[in-house]
Ligand binder design. Sequence first.
Ligand SMILES: N[C@@H](CCC(=O)N[C@@H](CS)C(=O)NCC(=O)O)C(=O)O
Length: 218
Amino acid sequence: MASEQNKKLKLYSYWRSSCSFRVRIALNLKGLKYDYKPVNLLKGEQSHPEFLKLNPVGFVPVLVDGDFVLADSLPIIMYLDDKYPQHPLLPSDIHKRAINFQASHIVSSAIQPLQNLSVLNYIGEKVGPDEKLAWVQSVLRKGFTALEKLLKDHTGRYATGDEIFLADVFLAPQLHAAFTRFSIPMNEFPILSRLYETYNATPAFQEALPQNQPDAVQ
Ligand SMILES: N[C@@H](CCC(=O)N[C@@H](CS)C(=O)NCC(=O)O)C(=O)O
């Protein structure tokens, strides 16, 4: 039954999309196989009419489970967590659970939307191409400073203790982008840097890395 269900899962993803990367980590943690459907954001495939039928807002990721179509990484991950209980992504302790949501939301509302491709293209056109990196770095530093403060009383091997939860699924892609693409020095953020090293040594995260996806451009 489980393997029949797994065959139906399709993930519309772009290799460098941090939001897609979150879902890939969740799928890997739960041991779910899926068909990878590449959407080339640089070619504007997210705005093609066929893709807009799946997600009218024109963003990856989109999960298709049989006839059910779901967009946006948080609802997708929560759906997977409800449907596939193996490796729960939310702790049972209500405070730890709330901290997981807070950390995830810092990434998904105070960082990622401000450095999305469409925002950077707009800044590049209206303000100037040289301003893009400075803008992203200021957004990352503000968000990461908040995350360091939030996590210092909760962190263990992973963000909120010694088990992998939602906060880790959201943090890993953002840290990867910051440290590899946007030249944020790792030594500015010691807790986040340590977590980043741990994620890079954890198979479910390694397999979800951008460079390990079928549409990766090396
Ligand atoms: N809240 C959404 C955001 C989705 C999103 O911003 N996706 C980006 C890639 S990480 C995208 O498709 N960008 C295309 C564009 O800006 O045109 C989620 O978490 O999935």
